[in-house]
Design a protein around this ligand. Sequence first.
Ligand code: NAD
Length: 290
Amino acid sequence: MAERKTRLFKGLDLAARINTESRTLAAGLDTPPVCLVLADRDNAGARAYCERQAATAAQAGIDMRIADYAGTANAIHAQIDAIAAAADIDAAAMLLPLPHGCEPVEAALRLGPEKDVDGLHPLNAGRLAIGLPARPPATAMACLLCAEEIFGALRGLDVAIVGASRIVGRPLATLLLDAEATVTLCHVATSDLAAHTRVADLVVTAAGVPGLIGAGHLKPGAVVLDVAVTATPDGLRGDVDLAAVDGHAGLVSHVPDGVGPVTTACLFRNIVEAALARRRAALQATRTAH
Ligand code: NAD
């Protein structure tokens, strides 16, 4: 195989460092943080992903459990209400897409801000939007941390984001603006995508369209964080056409070992922080009652 000229970025070391911090934080608790992950029993790929995540959660000192979504939308809402009330569950994460009839924000509203580790509850999303300390969606936070790992300070950097979803592109735009980068947010209706991405120092792509980003989308030496993970007959693919950008891009993140492991580590950190906050609040409530 010909040697690749463009460097590949893997997030495994960064993820390990975040997991070490999380483990240290979790060690301050009397029992490990408990996170329940709801998954669709008919989505084998998502289920397998979830099981791999649960297996590595222990590295960050987390007790991660997986449950099937209850059948109907009403039953799922009742299930989430029960999780919200459960004293022995610190956090819950819901694998997307939610089953038919359920909306992510409705689910987050039922769960409440304390146990929401996906950053979707309006209070958590609002805190991020107005610049208060927040628990941002893990993928967006992971992109920010990967960018800082590669560039150091992001002040003045020109960034194009491809994909404007509420869990990736939009919260990432806020995080990057707070880091004083200049951000262009592109989406499926952007009329000339290449015109925006070609002037960027950093392109973060999360469209889920394999081969979308070629050499014509990048300025020479540009850095690309490829967030997308699409299952194809040839295996998992990102948005970047690696063969086309080789020798033109300066650095491209590996799929799935680039942003992926950092996203998992950021989710774990959100879980540990949720557990710490919830248990501190419970202790405070007990003290106040006596
Ligand atoms: P989504 O479907 O909610 O959003 C996709 C976004 O891409 C939309 O804003 C859409 O307008 C835009 N888009 C689609 N086609 C486009 C095109 N041709 N040109 C420009 N923009 C286009 O998806 P999502 O949940 O944000 O996930 C996006 C991708 O990221 C998926 O492949 C998903 O598997 C992956 N993902 C990866 C991680 C990770 O940690 N690596 C985490 C979450 C999601």
